[in-house]
Design a protein around this ligand. Structure first.
Ligand code: DGJ
Length: 371
């Protein structure tokens, strides 16, 4: 009898450690069902058949952990507090294989959407081929039959090759590209981007694509939203119906504003973006914007973060805005608190979004729950 009681106590204790979370504690270690800190950075969420799937960058220890040594990690949850480890759903390829996603490449901000027509799960991510820093500025695409993968790599590309943006001035299309001899840093271009005509430079080979997200509208149309033109300008592109390619229909927005970390959502028929400035792994003041359509016109709404440390977005950078199922106007800001010197220890900042008229407001909370 004693042995039985002891066993019972041990079993109930272990059950508690894996499924007892009833609140979010932003910035704290967030343990999965195995007791391990969740490893899904720069992530996004897919909601499918009553289950939330969280996909993100699997980081490893140390500074080298910022490059892709493993792949994309997936977790599943029914309540958003407790997450089950579903393993690596897209694996990097062996070192020196020469593959687009070989170990040591940079694979960031993976997002997954479901294509009902094709009955396929489609993943897009920011891809930098190994060894060239952030100069590649490409997008990667992978597909799967099931939300928990395995995902198969399809291709990497530069978006919209051979197409000008819908809102590119006619005179620019014929003007020369003026980028020759210029060196670009991450967060600045030596002149206003329109004077440089970076779009023209990249017309043949495709436009640059770094920080990115995906957005699926109510009509099933999907969009790829990314930092382009040496990070200076955001591009929003309509994807083809199978979600696997760019349609060639795209626009450029926030010209010269260096928006990174875009996260798009829709509320009451309006489109919203939460973004950041461009300062590497270091946090900066968040930004937000609203528009009557995906292709604008976009109106900036300012920093959505309010209160102490709002100028640093509570030490976070946006990655996704999650509509909570069954909660009208319930949206969660998902951000990363990067730890560039020990990438695996990056933390997650999830906070509720409030609206004051059109404005997006995010307040800090040590602990909160959806209920
Ligand atoms: C900021 C981006 O938002 C991150 O995804 C990452 O690319 C870092 N820059 C790298 O410095």
């Amino acid at each position: 009898m004693k042995v039985f009681c002891l066993l019972f106590l041990l079993l109930s204790a272990s059950a508690c450690t894996s499924s007892e979370l009833k609140s979010f504690t932003p910035g704290e270690v967030w343990r999965d069902n195995k007791g391990v800190h969740i490893n899904a950075h720069g992530g996004g969420i897919l909601y499918q058949n009553d289950v939330y799937y969280w996909y993100g960058e699997h980081k490893t220890e140390g500074q080298g952990g910022n490059t892709a040594n493993v792949g994309v990690h997936c977790y599943s949850s029914k309540d958003l507090y407790n997450w089950k480890d579903e393993g690596i759903v897209l694996s990097v390829m062996p070192e020196n294989s020469g593959h687009d996603i070989e170990k040591g490449c940079i694979l960031e901000r993976p997002k997954v959407i479901y294509n009902a027509k094709m009955k396929k799960y489609v993943m897009w991510f920011h891809l930098e081929p190994k060894g060239i820093g952030y100069r590649g500025a490409k997008s990667g695409v992978a597909v799967a039959e099931k939300p928990v993968g395995p995902f198969t790599f399809v291709k990497s590309l530069r978006p919209n090759a051979g197409h000008f943006p819908m809102n590119y001035p006619e005179e620019m299309k014929n003007a020369p590209d003026r980028t020759e001899g210029l060196k670009f840093g991450g967060g600045s271009v030596p002149k206003h981007p329109d004077l440089l005509n970076i779009v023209k430079r990249d017309f043949e080979g495709g436009q640059m694509a770094r920080d990115m997200t995906l957005f699926v509208d109510d009509d099933g149309k999907a969009y790829h939203i990314c930092a382009s033109e040496e990070n200076s300008t955001l591009h929003i592109s309509l994807l083809t119906d199978d979600y696997l390619s760019h349609s060639g229909v795209y626009g450029r927005f926030f010209v010269g504003r260096f928006m990174e970390a875009p996260a798009m959502f829709k509320k009451d028929g309006k489109y919203y973006l939460i973004m950041s400035g461009c300062t590497g792994w270091t946090p900066n003041a968040g930004r937000s914007a609203v528009a009557p359509s995906v292709f604008g016109p976009w109106t900036e709404l300012g920093n959505p973060f309010v209160g102490e440390d709002s100028e640093l977005s509570f030490h976070s950078q946006s990655t996704y805005v999650l509509p909570v199922q069954g909660k009208k106007n319930g949206f969660i800001y998902m951000g990363d608190r990067w730890n560039p010197s020990n990438a695996i220890d990056g933390r997650y900042i999830w906070l509720p979004i409030r609206f004051e008229d059109d404005r997006i407001i995010i307040n800090w909370m040590d602990e909160w729950s959806i209920e």
